[in-house]
Design a protein around this ligand. Structure first.
Ligand code: NAD
Ligand code: DGY
Length: 325
């Protein structure tokens, strides 16, 4: 009998058949307490776990004594208890390379849409309010030649810097725990402290992972440092920004606007005050969600799981250094 794998995200037929060749695949609708209870026996025997969006913590691991590898169809892995996985010698695989450019494109879309009021004016036109020549009430602010501050100068941060520098002639500032000489050479990026970045940037782009250190890294105090003409973009993880403080800053026009792909609670509750504000552009966590990139991520996810289950963790493994060979 083939060893068992649990799948908690749908796969296209060609990718599913690659898994089926070697593993008995059980597809579940989502990874949660109900589906674990419903399929308790499969969870007990599964050697692999593939999907995205479910919490993989000690409680789940206790129900999966045979687990050898997890493969998340995402680059972010904040839903995983990495220490608990490493303690059990379970590999955690992710998809760090295939989505970078798509997410950077989404971030530039948020920069442009929020600065040029694209969604707000689209609604205005469609509501039949364009009845005479436009005036200053419809004016917006320029993106080109402005200063972009990047907090999280990793793969996506650098892809954003490339677009901003060479596409829009923007000055690039970044704050980071260590210097990124490649970004300084390629994009003439200047490293500075977070406070200085917040004070000087016209656009502050947050593309950080969610960790104990980054949770609410941007709160009332940080927002107060930003220029009243500046725009905050968050496409990393929602809880990196204190959403209540952001709502207050937007309401008071302490900053010009915001572009958000991620929220403290997802889906963002329909009654959230943030959603009533005209100076915020919102997306439903679609940074990587193009047909091409979502297929590439799923392909990566399958290949990563197959590799890890055959003992290969040299590529795309989060905890390779903690694993006993
Ligand atoms: N909105 C989306 O759909 C979407 C898509 C992909 C990724 N993401 C998020 O973006 C994050 C970044 O992705 P990436 O591929 O660029 O990852 P990455 O690891 O290449 O970059 C993250 C950067 O953040 C820096 N960093 C981490 N903690 C920090 C701290 N406390 N202070 C300052 N810098 C810190 C790291 O040093 C690194 O340079 C992911 O972890 C994920 O949460 C969101
Ligand atoms: O981390 C990621 O890859 C994105 O947020 C999609 O989940």
């Amino acid at each position: 009998m083939k060893p068992s794998v649990i799948l908690y995200e749908s796969l296209p037929a060609d990718l599913l058949s690659r898994l089926n060749e070697q593993y008995q695949v059980t597809e579940i609708s989502a990874l949660n307490a109900e589906t674990v209870a419903e399929h308790a026996d499969v969870f007990r025997h599964a050697v692999g776990l593939l999907g995205s969006g479910g919490k993989v913590d000690q409680t789940l691991l206790d129900s999966m004594p045979a687990l050898k590898a997890c493969s998340t169809i995402s680059v972010g892995y904040d839903l995983f208890d990495v220490d608990a996985l490493s303690a059990r010698n379970i590999a955690l695989m992710h998809t760090p390379t295939v989505l970078t450019d798509t997410v950077a494109d989404t971030i530039m879309a948020l920069v442009l849409a929020s600065a040029r009021r694209v969604t707000e004016l689209d609604s205005w036109v469609k509501a039949g309010k364009w009845t005479k020549n436009i005036g200053p009430e419809q004016f917006s602010i320029d993106v080109h030649h402005k200063t972009l501050g990047i907090v999280g100068m990793g793969r996506i941060g650098k892809a954003v810097a490339q677009r901003a520098r060479f596409g829009f002639d923007m000055e690039i500032l970044y704050s980071a725990r260590s210097a990124h000489k490649d970004a300084e050479e390629r994009f003439s990026a200047t490293r500075c402290e977070l406070d200085e970045l917040l004070k000087k940037s016209d656009f502050v782009c947050i593309i950080l992972p969610l960790t104990d250190q980054t949770r609410h890294m941007i709160g009332a105090g940080q927002l107060a440092l930003m220029k009243s003409s500046a725009i905050l973009i968050n496409a990393g993880r929602g809880p990196v920004v204190d959403e209540q403080a952001l709502t207050h800053a937007l309401k008071e026009k302490a900053i010009y606007g915001a572009g958000l792909d991620v929220f403290e609670q997802e889906p963002v509750p329909a009654q959230a005050e943030l959603l009533t504000l005209p100076n915020v552009v919102t997306l439903p966590h679609v940074g990587s969600a193009t047909h091409e990139t979502r297929y590439a991520m799923k392909k990566d996810g399958v290949e990563n799981l197959l590799a890890a289950l055959s003992g290969q963790t040299d590529k795309n493994c989060v905890n390779s250094s903690a694993l006993k060979k």
